[in-house]
Write a protein that binds this ligand. Sequence first.
Ligand SMILES: NC(=O)c1ccc[n+]([C@@H]2O[C@H](COP(=O)([O-])OP(=O)(O)OC[C@H]3O[C@@H](n4cnc5c(N)ncnc54)[C@H](OP(=O)(O)O)[C@@H]3O)[C@@H](O)[C@H]2O)c1
Length: 253
Amino acid sequence: MGRNALVTGASSGIGRALSERLARDGYHVVLCARRAEPLRDVLRAIEAAGGSASVEVMDVADVERTVNRIREIDRSLPGGIDLVIANAGVGERKGHVSYAWEALADACHVNFTAATATLTAVLPEMVTRGRGHIVGISSLASFGPLPKSAAYCAAKAGLSMLLDCLRLDVEASGVKVTAVHVGFVKTPMTEKATHPMPQLMSAEYAADHIVRALAKGPATVDFPQPLAAVTWAAGRLPRGVRDLLQRGLARVR
Ligand SMILES: NC(=O)c1ccc[n+]([C@@H]2O[C@H](COP(=O)([O-])OP(=O)(O)OC[C@H]3O[C@@H](n4cnc5c(N)ncnc54)[C@H](OP(=O)(O)O)[C@@H]3O)[C@@H](O)[C@H]2O)c1
């Protein structure tokens, strides 16, 4: 019986690269996102390389529909879904001051609520089967506050905490739970960024690193080093020192 993976945000960037990498490993990949044509491009690329995938046009922000559809997909695939990767994500919406609700709403909803819905849709079924793996693509931005990124940092920190808690709830069943804390990746999300992006990596490099690491079912995948270690330590500095550093950062963001 083949293994089945479901990846949200598969139409672009890290999600596309993860989908292609998983298909090379033999997974049938359910490619989920809102835009059909880019998803079909990914499908064509996977099939041309000899892999197997299917397209699911889905807006994860519609959480009820997302949960129901993921459950249907789980029932329709032989053996069910083995791996769910909640990767779909957005940054703060531009064109508003960074602390206005209009700037924050999507990043809160898609990055936390919709990711939670995606990750838990078939978690009870996985627990019953005694196998499965849920993975949230969080960020090094979850390690501490950043200027002009309130919703993004908060939603990713919430996602990481959610995964840490869920892991405790299901670990005895054999289901694995992983939070991926990734640094800067060259994708449409970062292409217009003007701030420094140390250790910027390609989506293909990031996907390869993530998929290799997931094989062991770790609680977290934190990379690239040393940026991950420095960011983690910076988030734990005394607040006064951290604020001084962040004010410097605010000038370049
Ligand atoms: N790039 C980085 O430096 C970086 C660093 C740390 C973490 N991350 C995280 O990595 C993940 C992927 O980001 P990326 O850099 O690859 O960005 P990206 O190229 O902009 O891709 C974002 C993906 O999310 C999908 N998406 C957004 N809203 C959606 C919705 N409502 N329903 C379904 N799909 C939706 C998009 O597809 P459609 O538009 O077709 O729906 C797209 O496939 C995000 O969670 C991001 O926060 C990125």
